[in-house]
Design a protein around this ligand. Structure first.
Ligand SMILES: *Cc1c(COP(=O)(O)O)cnc(C)c1O
Length: 219
């Protein structure tokens, strides 16, 4: 199958899941995860009208997205991978949405850089819903307090919450937990669901899904 066919298949599955969940058509944003794929592999997605992309590494993104952004207007780039505070300047410069805010140090570094660069990427807080030691994200129990800290102490608008459920578990309870936490924080956006479970995530209220291999192929 060509990329455009795979992309259209994902789009129609998203529409069907929206409809099934009683959600308005077009209410779920598709973030096409292009990590590990080079500019030539990404251009067909741009040609097929896709404008929202996710990447998990800053350095890799710097090698392809400035060029792609200069060729095509309206691109929205999401950082979905772990962020070190010494990379905050680069992240603020390149990304339109940073989905992996998960600790005070990185929140402070982003707040400083956003002032310095007079740029305001939209921000999501990553929650480690499975409390996995190897995984980034704030603990569920600390989420409400952390979001309040970002807002009240740093003046950062937190637009949404993001999670990556443990690979070997039923994702439903993790999506439900993220939705509950968002409600407790007064947050409406939920970034959850990947190639294997995005329809489930939509049923639990995802407002954006991050789909890589189902569009670009296996990595
Ligand atoms: C790679 C990645 C995805 C996409 O995963 P697929 O299974 O290829 O759809 C989504 N979210 C994050 C955070 C990722 O790192």
């Amino acid at each position: 199958m060509e990329l455009e066919e795979r992309l259209n298949d994902v789009r129609s599955r998203i529409s069907a899941a929206e409809q099934q969940g009683g959600r308005p058509n077009g209410s779920v944003q598709l973030v096409a995860v292009s990590k590990t794929f080079d500019a030539d592999a990404i251009r067909p997605a741009l040609q097929a009208g896709q404008r929202v992309f996710g990447e998990n590494r800053i350095q890799e993104s710097q090698g392809k997205w400035p060029e792609l952004k200069s060729e095509t207007s309206g691109i929205e780039l999401h950082l979905i991978g772990p962020l070190q505070s010494n990379k905050a300047a680069e992240a603020v410069a390149l990304f339109d949405v940073i989905e992996t805010v998960d600790r005070e140090k990185i929140a402070r570094a982003l707040a400083d850089e956003m002032k310095r660069q007079a740029k305001t990427p939209r921000l999501y807080v990553q929650v480690n819903t499975g409390l996995e030691p190897q995984k980034a994200g704030i603990a569920p129990d600390d989420t409400v307090e952390f979001v309040a800290f970002c807002r009240d102490q740093l003046g950062l608008a937190i637009e949404g919450l993001m999670c990556i459920p443990p690979v070997d578990e039923n994702p439903g309870p993790h999506f439900a937990l993220l939705a509950r936490l968002a409600k407790a924080c007064g947050i409406e956006k939920l970034s959850m669901g990947m190639s294997g479970d995005y329809e489930t995530a939509i049923a639990f209220g995802a407002t954006s899904v991050r789909v890589g291999s189902a569009i670009f192929g296996t990595r």
